[in-house]
Each structure stands twice: as structure tokens, then as C-alpha cells.
Design a protein around this ligand. Structure first.
Ligand SMILES: [Zn+2]
Length: 452
């Protein structure tokens, strides 16, 4: 077997990526006459000019002037989108220790908050962004822990600096996350104003709200009404953490749908997690998705940490994958994106901000294959649209040349191998930064390895 000669990407501002293979769902306006392979990918010549995709042509029909890089049928994708992360919690291993449960995740994180200085947050958050950049992620939405106003101010101040620093490479968005009580509390208005001043949107955790004696969420409607009102006044979208539990009675999607309709809210509403939906009886799933459609709700699932966290009992193998009813959501015509979620923190001690890895996990955990095509949009077009960036997550003329070249010539091969040799282009330039090193971060943070 011969090894391949590595591709060389020229520093020219104009070049042709010849004979590339682009999955149909990732192409905007494919050119007439382009051939498709067995897996539905188009064979294309892609012209890059001054940081943008300047034109798509059937393979062999691209312009012959200038540099030409023969991709020889390699897969060429747009950079991926991670629309659900927690950069402020991330990279805190080994300072915090995950016990593999949601409750442990929260209590360990809360115990870590006092250590979140500007320098600490900045080092850990930027590490996560840099990993994503090298792996080929062009936009990240992150939730900013906002349990108190001062915690939120600290998180947003670091976020704002990083957002400016990374603009044009990794586009950053933020969501204010707090218990839903925050939106009926005294600081609600201030928290919403802080969010809008930092370009963020509003969020919250719906299923952890205190419940009445009969198990119903007596105050959730009130909190949702306040949240929708605050978002509406400020023209903000909403992105919630919803039903991260196997408790069937902690089921808040119908109340969120009703609140959205009641508020006549025009912004986007994204529901993250919704894992107990998949445990509900089929008629409840069906009814809920009809309601979700009426209320124009969109969904984002985080398969990797949810499979890790859900259904964990000491000494017992989990019986449930811990994810939402992904295929039913998609079959109902509702938007479903995937996200990486927590990374090396008290909630989930693993991960590397690699959305290709998340996509592969999602495909296997949801059984979202056969065909594989159709599922790729969960990490690209769908989240790009949900975060309001229709210029990202797809390959098309006039869009930024944020691209990933894989060595794989088929989707099957792409899923099988780790694609560690992928080449990432950011605005037409090859990303040559190495992945940041864990031990260097730990040294900078002053983490100790002494046994305590
Ligand atoms: Zn989350």
C-alpha cells in the first residue's frame, strides 16, 4: 500500500479545489450538470478567491487559470457549527472531579465558581475555542453561568474580549443561563440588560424549578412569561436547557410551547436536551411534537455527554442512551441540531470541541444513518440557521471559504477514521495552529497533581 502525498495549500488568495466531493445537503445551489456519487455527494470544482467561495463548477469544469489543488475525490465540507457549549465551565479537570451525575456536575461547578477570575476564565475558555478552531468549527454558542449577577458579569466580560479577539475565525455567541427563578427575581431586568449589552440571548433551566405538592411546575408559567417578555422587549432569541432527566413528570416542553404562543414571541426559541421526551409513551411524543411545531420550537441535542450522564447507577450498566427522540423530531419536520456541550469539566470530563466527533457520536447513538446523508446538516446548516448565521455551515458561492478537506473519499471512510489529518481552511487560509496542549494549560492555571 502506498501512502498519499500530503496536500499543499498555496498561500495564494485565488485557487481551485479541483474534484472535491461535497455532500449534497452541505451545498448551496449546486451547479447544473454536477455528478453525484452513490452516497449523494456532488463532485465539484470549488473556486476560492480572497477568502470566499467564488464559484462552484461540475468537477473538471472549473477555471484553469491560477493555482489548482487536486483533491482527487476527497470530501470537502464547510466548517461545522457548535451551537451548545459551556466554555466557562470547561477545561477545569483535574481541579474539579466529575462523579458522572447531573447533581454532581452542578454542585462541583458551583463550588468552583469562586475560582473563576478573569485570568482563569480567559485561559480555560480560550483553550476550548482554540481546540474548536483547529478541528474546523467556525461558530460557537456558549452558555454563560449566571446564577448571580456578579458571576454573569465576570463571565460576560471575558466572553466579550474573546468574542472580539476571535471574530473572523470562530464567531462566538452567548446565552445567559440561570435557574428559571432568576427571571422572576429582583435581578431579572438587570440580567437581561447585561445580556443585551454583551450581544447575548436569554436562557434558563426549566425542569429544575421547584415544584408544587402535586408535582406540577406552579411557577414555571410565570417565569416563562417573564422570560418571553424580557426577551421580546429587547429583541432577543431564547435558548433553554430543558428536561435533562429521566423523570417523566419533569416534562416542560408543553408549557414552553404554550408560553411562546401566549407571548406571541417572534424570535427563535431553541430547546436543548429534552431527553425524557424519548421515554414518554408514543402518543405523548406525537402530541408534544405537534405542539412544538405549532409553537415553532427548535431542538438541540447533546448526545455525547447525555449518554454519559443519564441512567447512571453505581454497579449497573445503563439501559437507556439518554438522548431525546431525535428521529421523531426530525420526522415531524422540526429543526434538530447537535452540540458538543460540556468539555473536560464537572459535568463531562472528556471531549475536545471537535464537532466531527460529536456528529459521528450522534449518527451512531440516534441511529441516524441509512442514509448517512441528511444527518450531516445537524452539525452544519441547521445550527447555523438557528444561531442566525445562514452564511455559515454550508458551501456556496459568496460565502466565507471556511472549509475542511478530509482524506476520506466516502462518507463511510470519513465516519470510520478519526480524520486527524484533516486540513482546515479559515477564510481561504490554512489553519496551521497546533492543538493547544492540556499540560500547558494546567501549568498556566497552576493545577496541582499532588494527591490530596
Ligand atoms: Zn448545556
Amino acid at each position: 500500500m502506498q501512502s498519499e502525498t500530503p496536500l499543499t495549500i498555496p498561500a495564494d488568495s485565488r485557487f481551485l479545489l479541483a474534484t472535491s466531493r461535497v455532500p449534497a445537503e452541505l451545498v448551496l445551489d449546486p451547479p447544473a450538470g454536477a455528478a453525484q456519487d452513490r452516497e449523494g455527494a456532488f463532485l465539484l470544482d470549488v473556486l476560492v478567491d480572497r477568502g470566499q467561495v467564488a464559484g462552484l463548477f461540475p468537477a473538471g469544469a472549473g477555471p484553469v487559470d491560477g493555482s489548482r489543488i487536486m483533491l482527487d475525490g476527497r470530501h470537502l465540507w464547510p466548517a461545522l457549527i457548535d451551537m451548545h457549549t459551556h466554555l466557562d465551565c470547561g477545561q477545569s479537570i483535574p481541579r474539579v472531579r466529575s462523579d458522572g451525575t447531573i447533581h454532581g456536575g452542578f454542585s462541583q461547578t458551583a463550588a468552583d465558581w469562586p475560582l473563576w477570575t478573569d485570568a482563569d476564565l480567559s485561559l480555560r475558555m480560550e483553550f476550548g475555542i482554540a481546540c474548536a478552531h483547529v478541528h474546523g468549527v467556525s461558530a460557537i454558542r456558549t452558555h454563560v453561568d449566571s446564577e448571580t449577577l456578579s458571576l454573569s458579569q465576570r463571565g460576560y466580560s471575558v466572553f466579550e474580549k474573546l468574542r472580539h479577539k476571535w471574530a473572523g475565525r470562530v464567531e462566538l455567541q452567548a446565552v445567559t443561563i440561570a435557574a428559571m427563578e432568576a427571571w422572576i427575581g429582583e435581578e431579572a431586568r438587570e440580567l437581561a440588560d447585561l445580556t443585551v449589552s454583551r450581544g447575548g440571548i436569554l436562557g434558563g433551566v426549566t425542569d429544575t424549578l421547584e415544584r408544587g405538592e402535586n408535582g406540577t411546575y406552579d411557577t414555571l408559567d410565570h417565569a416563562l412569561d417573564r422570560l418571553f417578555a424580557l426577551a421580546k422587549e429587547r429583541g432577543l432569541d431564547i435558548d433553554l436547557h430543558v428536561d435533562q432527566t429521566n423523570d417523566l413528570s419533569a416534562f416542560t416542553i408543553p408549557q414552553i410551547a404554550a408560553a411562546r404562543l401566549r407571548a406571541d414571541f417572534q424570535g427563535r426559541v431553541v430547546l436543548g436536551h429534552c431527553v425524557n421526551l424519548s421515554l414518554q409513551p408514543p402518543d405523548v411524543i406525537e402530541k408534544t411534537l405537534v405542539l412544538a411545531k405549532q409553537a415553532e420550537l427548535a431542538f438541540v441535542s447533546m448526545p455525547t455527554p447525555m449518554m454519559y450522564l443519564m441512567d447512571r447507577k453505581p454497579g449497573r450498566t445503563p439501559r437507556w442512551r439518554g438522548v431525546t427522540a431525535a428521529n421523531e423530531i426530525r420526522a415531524a419536520g422540526l429543526a434538530l441540531a447537535i452540540g458538543g456541550d460540556n468539555c473536560r469539566d464537572a459535568w463531562f470530563p472528556y471531549g475536545d470541541h471537535d464537532m466531527l466527533d460529536t456528529l459521528k457520536q450522534a449518527i451512531r447513538i440516534f441511529q441516524a444513518d441509512e442514509p448517512l446523508t441528511g444527518s450531516l446538516a445537524m452539525a452544519s446548516r441547521v445550527p447555523a440557521d438557528l444561531i442566525g448565521r445562514p452564511d455559515l455551515g454550508r458551501l456556496g458561492a459568496g460565502l466565507p471559504a471556511n472549509l475542511i478537506i478530509f482524506s476520506a473519499r466516502s462518507l463511510n471512510a470519513l465516519i470510520c477514521r478519526d480524520q486527524a489529518d484533516r486540513i482546515v481552511l479559515c477564510k481561504g487560509r490554512q489553519v496551521t495552529d497546533p492543538l493547544p496542549l492540556h499540560h500547558e494549560l494546567e501549568r498556566a492555571l497552576g493545577f496541582s497533581y499532588r494527591r490530596s
